[in-house]
Design a protein around this ligand. Structure first.
Ligand code: 5GP
Length: 201
C-alpha cells in the first residue's frame, strides 16, 4: 500500500484554519493529528478531541521519551505533535494533517522534507483582529499577544509550498482540496502508478 501524504497547515490564530479544516476532514482518507498542549481547554473543547490537555510535567516527560514529532512554545504554552499516531496513519495509507504554528512547521521541514506545507492567510491583519474579537474565546490580553505573533508568522508564509487566503470559506476549502488533489497526482509522490500502467499490457 502507498504511504499517505503529510500536510502541514499553519496560519495565525484567528485566520480560520479550524473552520477550513473541519470541511476537509469530512473526507475519511484524511486523519487530523490531535496535538498535545499545556494550555487550558476553552469552553466546549474536549480532551482527546481538540487537544490532549497535559500538565507541563507530563509534556516534558513525553519530550524526554522522544514521543513528540515536533513541539514548540507559543504564547507561554507548549504545543506538540504526538509522534506515533502520525507514523501509524501514514503507514496505513492515510493522509495526515498537522495544524501547527510556524516554529513547529520549520522543525517538520527539517525532519520530513517530503511533507507538503500550506499557509492559510487572513485577508488582512485588520480582519484578523475582527475575527479574534468576534470569536470571544480569549481575553483582550491574549488577543493582543496573538496579534503580536501574527505579523511575524505571516512573514514566514513564503517558506511554505502553498498559501491560500481564507476570505470566503467555500473558496478556501476548494483551494485546499485542490492542493491535496494536486499532491496526490504529483509524480514525485506516487511514481509507481506509471509502472502499474506499463505492467498491465
Ligand atoms: P490555539 O491555542 O489557538 O489552539 O493554538 C495556538 C497555535 O498553536 C495555533 O497556531 C496552532 O496551529 C498551534 N498548534 C496547535 N497544535 C500544535 C502542535 O502540535 N505543534 C505546534 N508547533 N503548534 C501547534
Amino acid at each position: 500500500m502507498n504511504k499517505g501524504l503529510l500536510f502541514v497547515v499553519s496560519g495565525p490564530s484567528g485566520c480560520g484554519k479550524g473552520t477550513v479544516l473541519a470541511e476537509i476532514l469530512k473526507d475519511d482518507r484524511i486523519f487530523y493529528s490531535v496535538s498535545a498542549t499545556t494550555r487550558s481547554p476553552r469552553p466546549g473543547e474536549a480532551d482527546g478531541v481538540n487537544y490532549h490537555f497535559l500538565t507541563k510535567e507530563r509534556f516534558e516527560e513525553l519530550i524526554g521519551q522522544d514521543g513528540m514529532l515536533e513541539y514548540a512554545e507559543y504564547c507561554g504554552n507548549y504545543y506538540g505533535t504526538p509522534r506515533k499516531p502520525v507514523e501509524d496513519m501514514l503507514s496505513a495509507g492515510k493522509h495526515v494533517i498537522l495544524e501547527i504554528e510556524v516554529q513547529g512547521a520549520m522543525k517538520i521541514m527539517e525532519k520530513c522534507p517530503e511533507a507538503v506545507f500550506i499557509f492559510i492567510l487572513p485577508p488582512s491583519l485588520k480582519e484578523l483582529r475582527r475575527r479574534l474579537n468576534k470569536r470571544g474565546t480569549e481575553t483582550e490580553d491574549v488577543i493582543e499577544k496573538r496579534l503580536g505573533e501574527a505579523a511575524g508568522e505571516i512573514k514566514n508564509a513564503c517558506k511554505y509550498d502553498y498559501t491560500l487566503i481564507n476570505g470566503e470559506l467555500s473558496a478556501a476549502v476548494d483551494d485546499l482540496k485542490a492542493i491535496i488533489r494536486a499532491e496526490e497526482l504529483n509524480v514525485k509522490n506516487y511514481p509507481n502508478y506509471i509502472d502499474e500502467v506499463l505492467e498491465n499490457a
